[in-house]
Write a protein that binds this ligand. Structure first.
Ligand code: ZN
Length: 459
């Protein structure tokens, strides 16, 4: 039982403050009850939990948030975080990214990088991660094992890419048949690693993007998705180059092509989707797929801002993606800030040479609670999982925020700041240092206090 003030956005755009509430967690890590502080049974539940030694009471300056959902991360690009952002997408892939990803044939390198990555993401509050790994079976399995061992909820994808004209010889699947065989093996082995109806770590079918896959591969992956029911992730309509390339090859949009190959399914995760048309959005909505909005990497690689408000108005499922390392921040709190900024740039426009009324696109900006919803419950809905809010039946994936850590940039002024103000300040200014504990499914998986205490002890 946890007693304290929690912030969450159970519906899009609506902040709910659970002030001094009691959150009860069952043995499977699900929330069994949320009891308001003035509920008649609150005092009794609290006293009983304290008596049993199972009560965690938040202190002054401590708050609970739901854990963050990152819908789009390239795990092998972690060593490249914060560099190599000087080239357009098609050059960036060939010049920096494919050579780096090719190194994951080395399993010990893979283990070293992936351990560091998963720990860093948990410390940054990412409790659910949707990963692209590489084409390598063993290294991709290692990522799934590491997520499982460290307790991060994850979808892990062995990347499929076999097109001889778009993929370099040193980094591509041998052919479609081999790639499909390996995808089946990968799915089976991840399911063996984390068995059961409701595993923490799951395989996800991952064609890199349409240009890098032959028709035979796309077709086969669509069949595997139907056979296994595994979710699908891929990139969709990311840049002008990519959109035009697909149009030239198929005479159709990315979304239409994915649909033809059976890859646009319930909870398919489409990264970016910047250049989707109105009918694409309707198709995405109809099939129940979702968009991983990656605002930071879009500034570098898309030369456009995803029409987020339009997608939300059409009831398309949307969450946030860091797009490590096309995005240079692993933090989904940063993701919220970038989504807010991108929506403002879209609303206000960017060219001072134009008059204000022709500069931007009205009705484009989002609010802080909307950004937070994208980062939590919105991402959960896109994946079809009960995560991202504090309601009974949902998983207790949560973060303990402490405003009193010495490194804190978030201040709470007594008599000035309301609870809503504190929430906004956390979303806009909290850092990894403020995230002092991370829970996934009721278990503590990262603990800043512990790490700091240990560092002090050994010094
Ligand atoms: Zn990506």
């Amino acid at each position: 039982v946890i007693c304290g003030t929690a912030f969450h956005t159970p519906t899009r755009g609506t902040l709910e403050v659970l002030e001094d509430a009691l959150i009860m967690i069952d043995s499977t890590g699900r929330i069994s009850k949320v009891v308001a502080k003035n509920h008649p049974s609150a005092a009794e539940i609290r006293a009983e939990a304290r008596h049993q030694g199972i009560l965690t009471e938040l202190q002054d300056g401590e708050f609970l948030l739901p854990g963050f959902v990152d819908l789009h991360i390239h795990a092998p690009q972690w060593p490249q975080l914060g560099k190599a952002l000087d080239a357009p997408l098609e050059v960036w892939l060939q010049k920096y990214t494919f050579p780096l990803e090719a190194r994951y044939a080395d399993i010990s390198f893979a283990r070293e990088v992936y351990s560091a990555l998963v720990e860093a993401l948990l410390a940054n509050g990412t409790t659910t991660a949707v990963y692209f790994a590489t084409i390598h079976l063993e290294a991709s399995l290692a990522l799934a094992e590491i997520c499982h061992a460290k307790g991060q909820r994850a979808f892990v994808g062995k990347v499929a890419m076999d097109h001889p004209e778009q993929c370099p010889t040193f980094y591509r699947d041998q052919d479609a048949a081999t790639a499909l065989d390996e995808m089946r093996t990968f799915i089976r082995r991840v399911q063996e690693l984390a068995p059961g109806e409701d595993p923490l770590v799951r395989p996800i079918i991952t064609p890199r993007f349409i240009p890098s896959c032959t028709d035979a591969l796309l077709d086969g992956l669509g069949r595997i998705a139907t056979e296994t029911g595994c979710l699908v992730q891929t990139h969709c309509s990311e840049s002008d180059w990519e959109r035009d390339f697909v149009h030239e090859r198929f005479g159709a949009t990315d979304t239409e092509v994915l649909s033809r190959f059976g890859l646009l399914r319930q909870n398919s995760i489409l990264a970016h989707a910047n250049f989707v048309t109105d009918s694409d959005l309707a198709l995405i909505r109809q099939e129940g797929a979702g968009v991983a909005h990656c605002p930071l990497s879009n500034f570098y690689f898309a030369n456009a801002v995803f029409p987020l408000r339009t997608a939300l108005d059409r009831n398309v499922q949307v969450g946030l993606g860091s797009d490590v390392s096309g995005g240079h921040s692993p933090s989904i709190l940063d993701g919220c800030r970038h989504a807010l900024l991108a929506s403002r740039a879209r609303q206000g426009g960017v060219d001072p040479g134009l008059s204000p009324d022709e500069r931007g696109i009205s009705h484009s900006s989002i609010s802080v609670p909307e950004a937070f919803w994208l980062a939590t419950a919105g991402g959960g809905e896109a994946l079809g999982l009960p995560i991202g809010k504090f309601v009974p039946g949902y998983k207790f994936d949560a973060l303990l925020i402490d405003l009193h850590v010495p490194e804190s940039n978030v201040q709470q002024w007594p008599g000035i700041d309301t609870a809503e103000d504190v929430f906004q300040k956390i979303v806009l200014n909290a850092t990894r240092a403020n995230i002092v504990k991370t829970w996934v499914e009721g278990a503590v998986v990262s603990c800043g206090e512990f790490v700091r205490a240990r560092a002090r002890g050994s010094a």
